[in-house]
Write a protein that binds this ligand. Structure first.
Ligand code: ZN
Length: 315
């Protein structure tokens, strides 16, 4: 996620331009100042990542990060005792009848299709790029691979709880869709709740996660779901912090929460929806965790617990 980049710069044609866009990391290239509704400090994020096609593809069966997984429990959690392990039980169906939309941020071939992903789309508060290439760790683990792996794991857990899961993309080698379409997919599914999954490209010294909910915009389609999206954000924040042990972001947001009006995926959503920045890819400690398949499974368990808490309370 990144604010404050200049679309004119990104619109410059060519792969170099998209590489630069990719430097911005995460969910959007913003062309305007921060909205009044945002509580986060502006300009707090800087670029730390570069984009390449050499993403690591990690499937659910990938255990290459098992050693790194041991580090996942270090930031002050008691994960083993608190895992809702019954979430995967075929007999537990707490989400039966619920529809959940999962949006894995970015896509594997975005970086090589600048004409498509740099096309500007209207997100109500500004025009911004259709999509971006995303962040990566210093070692080259790409955000698009991370988000797709987490979404795949999360979809499996939610379906085991009885939910109907809708994904905005079904592989990690495509282009887009645009952020506007990512919102529309959740709307068309009449989702009971939705999430866009990301990992940040913030300053290397910054660590932690944040959950972003939409701020109020006059006449925006998300007006009826501002309150419920805020409650979803709290439930996701609480479960994520408790189960993964990842600290609240120390460079953006407040206690793991943020409100923004510059994200098309939120502004255009007619269903309760949040963004999560699961960690900060350029940060060494976060990179160890995000690269670990075991930690990503824990993230999926945490997000499933957050959805279950929200939907059992609000449906
Ligand atoms: Zn992102």
């Amino acid at each position: 996620m990144r604010r404050g980049a200049r679309p004119g710069f990104v619109r410059a044609a060519g792969v170099l331009a998209v590489l630069v866009a990719g430097l911005s990391g995460c969910a959007g290239v913003s062309g305007t100042a921060l909205p009044a509704g945002s509580r986060s400090p502006s300009g707090a994020e800087t670029s730390g990542a570069a984009v390449s096609g050499a993403s690591q593809s990690t499937g659910a069966g990938d255990t290459s990060g098992a050693a790194a997984g041991s580090a996942a429990a270090t930031p002050g959690s008691q994960p083993a005792a608190e895992h809702p392990m019954n979430a995967a039980s075929p007999t537990a169906q707490p989400l039966a009848g619920q529809v959940i939309a999962l949006d894995p941020g970015h896509n594997g071939a975005n970086w090589s299709h600048p004409a498509i992903i740099n096309r500007l789309v209207n997100v109500l508060t500004e025009w911004k790029a259709c999509d971006t290439a995303g962040a990566q760790t210093d070692a080259g683990y790409a955000e698009h691979a991370f988000t797709f792996d987490v979404a795949t794991r999360l979809a499996r857990l939610l379906r085991a709880e009885g939910a109907t899961v809708v994904l905005t993309r079904h592989n990690d080698h495509g282009v887009g869709p645009c952020v506007t379409q990512r919102a529309a997919i959740g709307n068309r599914a009449h989702a009971d709740a939705a999430i866009s999954i990301h990992a940040d490209g913030g300053p290397p010294t910054g660590t932690g996660f944040e959950v972003i909910s939409p701020g109020r915009i006059a006449g925006a389609p998300d007006a009826p779901v501002i309150g419920s999206s805020g409650r979803l954000a709290v439930d996701i924040r609480n479960a994520y912090h408790r189960i993964t042990g990842e600290p609240y972001s120390d460079y953006v947001g407040r206690r793991g929460l943020d409100v923004r009006t510059d994200l098309g995926g939120l502004n255009l959503s007619r269903v309760p929806k949040v963004f999560i920045e699961c960690g900060n890819m350029p940060n060494a400690a976060d990179a160890v965790r995000l690269t670990s398949p075991r930690f990503r499974e824990r993230i999926a368990v945490a997000l499933a617990a957050g959805f279950t808490a929200f939907l059992n309370r609000h449906s």
